[in-house]
Ligand binder design. Sequence first.
Ligand SMILES: N[C@@H](CCC(=O)N[C@@H](CS)C(=O)NCC(=O)O)C(=O)O
Length: 282
Amino acid sequence: MAKNNTITLYDLQLASGCTISPFVWATKYALKHKGFDLDIVAGGFTGILERTGGRSERLPVIVDDGEFVLDSWLIAEYLDRKYPDRPTLIGDPGIKPLTEFVEQWLWRTAIGPWFQAFIVDYRDRSLPQDHQYVTESRERMLGGRKLEEVSKEGRAKLAQVPPTLEPFRQILKDRKWLGGDQPNYADYRALSVFLWCASVAATPPLTDDDPLRDWVDRGFDLYGGLGRHPGMSPMFGLQLKEGDPEPFVKGGAMGGLATRNTGPQSTKAETDRITGKAKADA
Ligand SMILES: N[C@@H](CCC(=O)N[C@@H](CS)C(=O)NCC(=O)O)C(=O)O
């Protein structure tokens, strides 16, 4: 049982002290959701194995009253198992695969291109002792290409990303949280993508008027502004250039996936459009 309601978290930090890893972000939120205070072990990429006494090369790692638990998903499951009387993170077994799907999709859709666009910021914001490791390891991850070259190419394509996030906007359109009235682990896994980006990116990747802003802002504000570290940058404020695609669907999405059929009135606008009646009436 956590002593003094406190659990130790090995953080993965940038020079600003803010968390860089999406996995660590999700774990910070999970621990707060469970009502714990955090005892943060500071540090960056260099020396993780030494810091954790040889237990792990990856973070997050937590220590709960002497017990080390590794891996963000295993930590969330451990917390639900060990503390069933506290608010649940993964209430139903169906939440895990669906959350994994949303997260994998967000990584491919958003983290993939943002990682490339902001890879120089990512390196420059890391701790000075991590610069060389981050440069070398990330250049290897990126197929041996120079970070500067990848970033230049990624930045030129930044405005292509917001329209691809439309399915995620649609999921959140009529919901406060993915978890319903209250956030759950699905929210934290998805939020971690945006928390990560705000931590590393010096340029905003989403437009000011993006409908995702409501959920992102509320998520960053949770637990006394857990996602408002002074080292983070604004997520909203992307300036579009002529020829850039519309960043999101305006005027409400149409079609059977986005709407509920509650009778002919609910489908009339779409029916008029696909039967040509709207045009004929105009
Ligand atoms: N499956 C692990 C993945 C953890 C992981 O890969 N963490 C990265 C940070 S995003 C890390 O520790 N990287 C160390 C490195 O790149 O040297 C989890 O969910 O906790």
